[in-house]
Write a protein that binds this ligand. Sequence first.
Ligand code: BTN
Length: 336
Amino acid sequence: MVIADKQKKILTLLADGEFHSGSDLARALGVSRSAIWKQLNCLAESGLQHSAVSGKGYRLDKSLELLAQSEIYEVVNEQAKALISSFEIHDQINSTNSYLVECAHRGAPSGFICFAERQTAGKGRRGRQWVSPYGSNIYLSILWRYQQGGPAAISGLSLAVGIAVIRALKQHNINNIGLKWPNDIYSRGKKLGGILVEVSGESDGPCTAVIGLGLNLFLSETESEVIAQAWTDLSKITGQHKLFRNELAGTLLNHLLPVIAGFESVGIKAYLDEWRAYDCLAGRLVTILLADKQLKGTVEGINDTGMLLLKHADGSVQAYASGEVSFNSQSDESAG
Ligand code: BTN
């Protein structure tokens, strides 16, 4: 779906979730009532459902708060603003991460920010799809260039980014959240968000990172049918369908940008204590899926370089730099 200009205007008018008559909409857009009807049906085919009631008009089934740079900037502080070089909000894009990887190849500098209302090919870790329906969640990518040490020098960056996300959520009084190694945001045993860091560069020279964050604010049962793991969203955690995407986007930038920009000088050490406080795997029985095998064990936290420590049945403790971790059935759903 490409959201055409007219469709965007209709969405903006209907975003409040109230009824608007066909003739008011037609007048506002300078088109016929049947053109409004057609555009609304196109939007419905793409998942933006509406109700039509005679005598009242049209209403979106789910109210929307579309992203707007002016509203996000009302929240972004001066320190974070100074770190932004470009700021884009796309109605639709394949993936904000893929886009910034291309921009990086063309020479874009640090501080390139990209949000999208919808991603058609949102990427998760391990080649998974990131479900990215229109207008209800956060899909954000940030490009940053690091001067030296190659990808190894920023190996703990995704853990630090997790801390920045937790700080931002806490600022909005969202509690009961934790981090599932390496970079999932979790709440009560269910995934709320994920971080995907794509790094390119020479082994010992400068490198470039595209840091992507997907955070679920509101996902419908239909939209989430394809998600193979336990998931949650902010509306479930808070029990409210509160519309505050722009405010949250601003708060996220306030916390993410200084952490990303300063990572080269402070490294993962600066975040270890905080990370451990939010670790929702520590002490749990898990299975770690590696490239060629699966291993069971009890998580003993992370070591000082951010690797996962797993205690095996024979008592040995081993550190893992990567892998997919799942809770074993004995572990309950209350983590995070
Ligand atoms: C994960 O698998 O947990 C990582 C998910 C990362 C999703 C975000 S959404 C914004 C950015 N663009 C993408 O295509 N992926 C990341």
